[in-house]
Every structure is written in structure tokens, then in C-alpha cells.
Design a protein around this ligand. Structure first.
Ligand code: NCD
Length: 349
């Protein structure tokens, strides 16, 4: 299916649904809300691709990037997304802020709100930090990654990118391979993909698969920690008939020692190579959230090969974040800037 037909197949007109004040993870997103983001992202892609002067949809709206962990693409992506829509955007890096003088997370967030920040995009090494922030401010908190827990905007851009190519995700075999246990991208992707009906397979060595994925690991009374997926230890078996393959980096900054006998052995068993990819469907999409370590989880030739849509993920990330900022702002005028632009979007509370 071409990108155009895939898009036509999935963008039937429907009333947008949006209830969120914060974006913390996808586990509390209804399918209708995910649809709202994906459809608005299509319009934002048009705005982005037209490369015209900035549209004023978010004039007077202030976005602060508050990053306690390194980032290249997520931070730049939010900055661009806000700027393209005319918002005021500033970035605060924790290593150069008053955090180093002992200011607490809650104080920092309150200080930014006192300067009239409308949205705070936050990345933090502790799982749950963004939830704590959201409890202490009425600015919208967007989770740009909290520990190994969640990265919802990456998941939305992944869903959007898949949809542009394969259309409806129901029944599509999506294989995630690598360090699932320490990956916030994987966790949020699992919620989003299962909500959209994809058939998700996670693959990696048992030490890098999270507990709680297997139904047998869960106490009978417990809420599911993660949605149900297929677990496959053997990459060749996992890849058979795949529509999408996503390779994930070894998150060594979050791993304890002793999880892998050797990097060399890991690469031999779990690297996505051309030979292995041949087991997937011929037009299988090859994705990676970045940053990638070529030669470990992915071969350089595959990352740059014909199936790869890794760079498109990055471009789409800007459009998806534009859509999210716009929805959180509660504005309803046309994000396309009037005549000839994208049609107005109505957002119902
Ligand atoms: C990821 C992250 O920071 O969670 N990167 C990203 O945001 N695109 C994945 C990673 O660090 O491996």
C-alpha cells in the first residue's frame, strides 16, 4: 500500500475527541484520543512541509523544556514544534539550572509556572517524576521520558509513522527487539500498539524482558503492568512475517551489571541484519527511536537500507508534537493559518 492510500484508508472524517490536560503515558488514552492526535498530526505535517512563515496558532502560549537527562531529538523536536506554531519556547537544562543549588523538582516546576509557562515538557531519570510534577502545577506536563517507565510522545510518533505506511494497524505484526526491560519507548509503544489492535511481539534475551509481561508472572488480583503481547526469545522466529520491526538500544545507563554475557554475543543473536530482515515481509518497515548503536542492535546497512524509515520518524516527531501542543492549548482556530491552510480543528473538552 502506498503512503497516500494508507493515509486515505485511515483518515475518514470523524469528530475529534480530546480529554487530556497532561500527557504522561498512553495507558490512559482512549483509541479515539489517539486517533485525534494522529489525524491532527497529518495536518501539522502539511504545515511543516509547506515551510512557510510560522503560523500563529499558538501565539501567546509558552512552552518550557525542562530536561534532567540528555536529549537531542526529543528536545529539539519540541522546540521546533512550538516555534513553528508561534509559541514562545525556552529550554532549561537541569545541569545549568538552580537544580544544582538544591532546588526541588516541585519548586522548579512552580517557578516556571509563576513565569506563566503553559506547558512544561519534562524528562527525568526517575520513573514517576513527571506524575509528581503534574500533581503540583496547573501547567500541562508532557512526559518526554521518565526513567524506564514511559515516553508517550515517542509512541505517538511511532504509531503515526507506521500508519502512514501500512494504514490500519489491526492485525499487523510489529516486532520490538532489544532491551525491552529498560526501555520507556517500548512500554509506551506497547500500550499504543495494543490499543490500535496490532499484534505485538517482543524479542530479546530473557534478562532484558520485563517481568510482568507474562500473564503467569502477575498476581491474580493485580492490574496488568503491561498489555498482553507475544514473547519470543529467538529473533529469526520473531521476524517471520513481520510488518514492522523496531530495534531498541541497550540502555546501559539503566542496566545493572551481569545481564549479558558479552556484547559480541548479544549482537550475534539480536542484531537486526539484512539476512535476518529477509524473513520479514518484503516491505517490512524498519524503525528505531534513536540514538542507535550501529553494529550492536542494528547493522549500519539496515539502518540506511530501503526498509528504513528512521529519519521519517524524526520528521513526524515534530508534527506529532505540534499536534499535542495544539490540543493541550485548548485552542480551536485553524492551525494552518487561514485560507489555503489546514482546516480548523474543533477540540471538545
Ligand atoms: C529514547 C529515550 O530517550 O528514551 N530516545 C528518544 O527519545 N528518541 C531511546 C533511547 O535513549 O535509547
Amino acid at each position: 500500500m502506498t503512503t497516500e492510500t494508507a493515509r486515505a484508508a485511515t483518515s475518514a472524517t470523524r469528530a475529534p475527541v480530546w480529554h487530556h490536560h497532561d500527557v504522561l503515558d498512553l495507558d490512559d488514552f482512549a483509541v479515539d484520543e489517539i486517533e485525534t492526535v494522529l489525524q491532527l498530526a497529518d495536518r501539522m505535517r502539511e504545515v511543516l512541509d509547506r515551510r512557510i512563515a510560522r503560523v500563529p496558532a499558538l501565539r501567546g502560549y509558552t512552552v518550557v523544556n525542562l530536561f534532567y537527562e540528555p536529549s537531542t531529538r526529543t528536545r529539539a523536536s519540541f522546540e521546533l514544534a512550538g516555534k513553528v506554531l508561534g509559541a514562545d519556547v525556552i529550554s532549561v537544562t537541569a545541569s545549568t539550572s538552580s537544580v544544582v543549588k538544591g532546588e526541588s523538582l516541585i519548586d522548579t516546576v512552580r517557578t516556571l509556572r509563576a513565569m506563566r509557562a503553559d506547558a512544561i515538557v519534562m524528562r527525568h531519570a526517575m520513573a514517576g517524576a513527571t506524575y509528581l510534577a503534574a500533581e503540583h502545577t496547573d501547567a500541562s506536563i508532557i512526559n518526554a521520558g521518565d526513567g524506564a517507565h514511559a515516553h508517550p510522545t515517542q509512541a505517538l510518533l511511532d504509531l503515526y509513522t507506521m500508519r502512514r505506511h501500512v494504514g490500519d494497524l489491526r492485525g499487523k505484526r510489529v516486532v520490538m527487539v532489544g532491551d525491552i526491560a529498560h526501555s520507556r519507548v517500548a512500554r509506551s509503544d506497547l500500550w499504543g500498539l495494543t490499543a490500535m489492535g496490532a499484534d505485538v511481539v517482543v524479542c530479546g534475551p530473557p534478562t532484558l524482558l520485563p517481568r510482568g509481561l507474562r500473564a503467569a508472572d502477575r498476581p491474580a488480583h493485580a492490574e496488568a503492568a503491561l498489555p498482553p503481547v507475544t514473547i519470543e526469545i529467538d529473533l529469526d522466529r520473531a521476524l517471520a512475517g513481520a510488518d514492522v520491526v523496531m530495534a531498541l538500544r541497550l540502555q546501559s545507563e539503566r542496566q545493572e551489571g551481569g545481564l549479558l554475557p558479552s556484547l559480541h554475543e548479544y549482537a550475534q543473536l539480536y542484531q537486526v541484519t539484512e539476512q535476518r530482515l529477509a524473513r520479514a515481509k518484503p516491505n517490512c518497515l524498519l524503525m528505531h527511536p534513536g540514538p542507535k548503536n550501529e553494529g550492536i542492535e542494528i547493522a549500519g546497512s539496515v539502518a540506511a537500507g530501503r526498509n528504513s524509515i528512521i529519519e521519517e520518524q524524526v520528521t513526524n516527531g515534530v508534527a506529532v508534537r505540534m499536534a499535542l501542543l495544539y490540543l493541550l492549548s485548548g485552542r480551536t482556530e485553524s492551525p494552518g493559518g487561514g485560507a489555503g491552510g489546514a482546516p480548523a480543528v474543533e477540540v471538545r473538552p
